[in-house]
Design a protein around this ligand. Structure first.
Ligand code: URA
Length: 196
C-alpha cells in the first residue's frame, strides 16, 4: 500500500498540503508531505525541501535525491522500498536552515507519520533531523559528527525502533571528503536490516 491508497495518510497529506501553521507556508510552491510504502520498515528523514522538491511536491528529487538513490542502491535498496520525508514539509527561503519554531510547528505531522508508518528503523539525515528525532525519543543528543552511523535503540508507542543518524546526503556537495563516511553510514543501515 502507498500513502495514496491509505485513507488516513491521504487525509494527513491533505492537511500538510494546506498547512499555514508557520511562515514557511507563505513562500512555498508546494508542501512536500513525503512518499513511500505504508506501513514502511524504513523511514528516511531529511531536513526540508529544496528548490526542486518545492516545485514538484516530492521529497529528494534534486541533487541530494540523486546522491540518496546512489546510497540506497549501494545497500541493495530502491527509493520505492522506503518512506522518505523531512522534518519540515515546506522549503525555507533560499534553503536557509529551518528555525526552531518552524520545526516545532511541523513536528505533530512527523509524529503522526511515524505512528502510521510504524517503521522498524528511522534514519534521520543531517543534524536537524537527528536532533529532532533524538529529542522526540528521549535519546541523548550529540553532534552529528559524533552520532552518525551509530545504532540507537528507542521505544515508540507501537514497539521497539532503531534510530540510525547519518550525515545528510547533500553534505558531499560541499564537502566531498565526507563521502566515505556517508557510504559507511548506509552500510550500518544494511547491517541493522540484516540483523532483523
Ligand atoms: N533535502 C532534504 O532534507 N529534504 C528534501 O526533501 C530534499 C533535500
Amino acid at each position: 500500500m502507498t500513502g495514496d491508497d491509505n485513507p488516513i495518510l491521504a487525509r494527513l497529506n491533505q492537511e500538510i498540503l494546506t498547512c499555514t501553521l508557520c511562515r514557511l507556508s507563505e513562500g512555498r510552491t508546494r508542501a512536500v508531505p513525503g512518499e513511500g510504502p505504508v506501513p514502511s520498515r524504513i523511514l528516511l528523514l531529511g531536513e526540508a525541501p529544496g528548490k526542486r522538491e518545492d516545485e514538484l511536491g516530492r521529497p529528494f528529487v534534486g541533487r541530494a535525491g540523486s546522491i540518496l538513490e546512489e546510497l540506497l542502491s549501494s545497500i541493495g535498496l530502491s527509493r520505492r522500498e522506503v518512506y522518505i520525508t523531512s522534518i519540515n514539509k515546506c522549503r525555507p527561503p533560499k534553503n536557509r536552515d529551518p528555525k526552531d519554531d518552524e520545526i516545532a510547528a511541523c513536528h505533530p505531522y512527523l509524529e503522526r507519520q511515524i505512528d502510521l508508518l510504524k517503521p522498524q528503523v528511522i534514519v534521520p539525515m543531517g543534524r536537524f533531523a537527528a536532533r529532532e528525532i533524538c529529542r522526540s525519543f528521549g535519546l541523548d543528543e550529540g553532534k552529528i559528527s559524533d552520532i552518525h552511523g551509530k545504532i540507537l535503540h528507542a521505544r515508540a508507542g507501537f514497539g521497539a525502533v532503531i534510530v540510525l543518524p547519518v550525515y545528510h546526503p547533500a553534505v558531499v556537495t560541499h564537502n566531498p571528503n565526507l563521502r566515505p563516511e556517508l557510504t559507511a553510514d548506509f552500510q550500518q543501515l544494511k547491517k541493522a536490516l540484516d540483523r532483523m
